[in-house]
Design a protein around this ligand. Sequence first.
Ligand code: SF4
Length: 357
Amino acid sequence: MNKPLLNTIVNPLLSWYYSSARVLPWRDNPTPYRVWVSEIMLQQTRVDTVLPYFERFVAALPDIASLAQADEQQLLKLWEGLGYYSRVKNMQKAALTVMKLYNGKLPASFEALKELPGIGAYSAGAISSIAFGLRFPAVDGNVLRVISRITASADDITDIPVKKRIEQQVTEILPTEAVGDFNQSLMELGATVCLPNGAPRCDICPLKHLCLGFEHGIAAELPVKTVKAAKRAEAKTVLVMVCGDKLGVTKRKKTGLLAGMWELPNIDGALSMEECITVVKDMGLSVNEIQPLTEAKHIFTHIMWNMMGYLLQVNEARNDSITWVSPKDLKERMALPTAFKAYIRHYYAYLNSNTGR
Ligand code: SF4
């Protein structure tokens, strides 16, 4: 379906890409490593934001061996501000696997790439095609939108079978040469011309004469996307405060979510390290050391907590709102909501490494 139409977009799109695409550092020198780093950074993040991070990252860690060996703090620092830190941690796990199984070189195989931590079908398709010239599609949200509009498809792109069908349609039209350029041209069109949220710039589009969405005057209404009932998202900063071997906990209010339960102290919003130190000082505690922790998510019925956290070593001080509990009490006597499980683990890890408990 629509194959003849879609076949006709290949050449005009490639010509447009060669004359109009943005100059981006990973396109200049598309080694597998650089393509991989850029694709992971670009997930949920805009190109403008990624540019300085990319340059810094590949300057500090120029190859897979250096990424595999990097100290976690250095990795987090290089990623600081990009968010979704699991992305960079997965990259390091993948780098270690690549060192072990592939002699430090990313495998030129879609299937093998997809086996690596943090690399899904989209990223595997992008790396396979851009870095290795393999004929695999790289269908992200931009591409789903562009194809839906060109074919005037009113199918819901959040449906898995619809996504699969579009992947199949793109696979069928992939050129034998310049497959990576073609995948990038589709993404580039979506990112710079066929813009989301009802704002396609059809007047300057190289595919205007072929696009059914434009011809039928419905481009701005496409693609169809079911909006799932949204949960209210709340950002939280969780404090894992340790004094000696004791953990600081507080009691929640008697009403509302998790009423009356013990919890790890937490503050609304995503606090920087400096802001966090100020909050803790305001509690009357002095901070000896602070270290950022992994992000975590917890989903309640109507609310989702997007949590970040810090491990803080603090000096004992009087503070009526904080209760200091021993590991034994915590294990045996206190019930903390599952929402904090990810951070309680950091407390135990701290005890293991500092007191051998
Ligand atoms: S003509 Fe408009 S809707 Fe069609 S591909 Fe171009 S920008 Fe998108």
